[in-house]
Design a protein around this ligand. Structure first.
Ligand SMILES: [Ca+2]
Length: 134
């Protein structure tokens, strides 16, 4: 399982899981997570370059564009108990730095990188492999 915790790094080292790609590429990550009881959650990405985070197919963090590491937070979301889907699209543009960190908090916890143990059936796709690049 991929941990979406890639602090700012040199583009020459690529992205974990797809190290041969260093510039002008995108990835899509998705996984499922279980909410034990109805509650409020918030999400954010810190990304270089752009990222979009979807919860149950709703765009909740729009951190798109070509830019240095930038933080964008969702509003506070009310999630029902049960299984939810998280998806993150991210891209790397020109040969400059790479970063992608995905964090959440609930009404009873502080910001943290989403723990791998909370995610199920996660998958990382190089976007050309799933045919939506360009
Ligand atoms: Ca970049």
């Amino acid at each position: 399982m991929l941990l979406l915790h890639v602090p700012k790094r040199e583009w020459t080292t690529g992205f974990p899981g797809v190290p041969s790609l260093t510039s002008y590429f995108g990835i899509r990550f998705y996984a499922y997570f279980k909410v034990e009881a109805d509650g409020s959650y918030q999400f954010k990405t810190i990304s270089d370059d752009g990222s979009k985070l979807f919860i149950d197919s709703d765009l909740v963090v729009n951190n798109d564009g070509t830019h240095a590491p930038q933080i964008v937070e969702s509003t506070m979301l009310v999630l029902k108990a049960g299984i939810h889907k998280i998806a993150v699209d991210w891209f790397q543009g020109p040969p400059k730095h790479i970063a992608l960190q995905v964090m959440w908090k609930s009404s009873s916890t502080n910001w943290e990188i989403i723990p791998v143990g909370k995610l199920q059936h996660g998958k990382l796709c190089n976007i050309p492999e799933i045919g939506v690049f360009n």
